[in-house]
Design a protein around this ligand. Structure first.
Ligand code: DQA
Length: 148
């Protein structure tokens, strides 16, 4: 079962970027944590990060026929990208939205997500554990699909 794990703009700076909000782990640390977690056993994980909206959309398109699920932290694109939302809904691959921080406890604009209603769920405020929860959700969904 192939799952793609996509991180959007500025998440390449994890560990140095506002560590009081996003923690001290680098993106590489987070990806290693995910890959080594029990929930990842038996999964074929593909990691991707880009600061470019179009590159993320191209990546989702390229994997739409082969991936069983997508975990995406769209970073700032979350709050305004109609194009990313359209890519997620157009690709028709079960997708879970993840945020390291609790976007509902921060600035007003972060409460708005363009992608939540085309995803199975939004997981917010659980740090790197949110990605593991997303993997669990995708596995459960593949076993017993629910409409999104
Ligand atoms: C984020 C939250 C977004 O509002 C922000 O723009 C990010 C990271 C998170 O993981 O908490 O870049 O998606």
């Amino acid at each position: 079962m192939k799952i793609v794990i996509v991180n959007g703009p500025n998440l390449n700076l994890l560990g140095e970027r506002e560590p009081e909000i996003y923690g001290h782990d680098s993106l590489q640390d987070v990806e290693r944590f995910i890959a080594q977690n029990d929930e990842a056993r038996g999964l074929e994980l593909h990691f991707f990060q880009s600061n470019h909206e179009g590159a993320i959309i191209d990546y989702l398109h390229a994997h739409r026929k082969s991936a069983a699920g997508v975990v995406i932290n769209p970073g700032g694109l979350t709050h305004y990208s109609v194009a990313l939302r359209d890519a997620i809904s157009g690709c028709q691959v079960p997708t879970v939205e993840v945020h390291l921080s609790d976007v509902h406890a921060r600035e007003e604009f972060r409460k708005v997500s363009m992608v939540t209603d085309v995803c199975l769920a939004q997981i917010s405020g659980k740090g790197k554990h949110g990605y593991i929860e997303a993997l669990k959700m995708l596995k459960a969904h593949v076993d017993a699909p629910v409409s999104s």
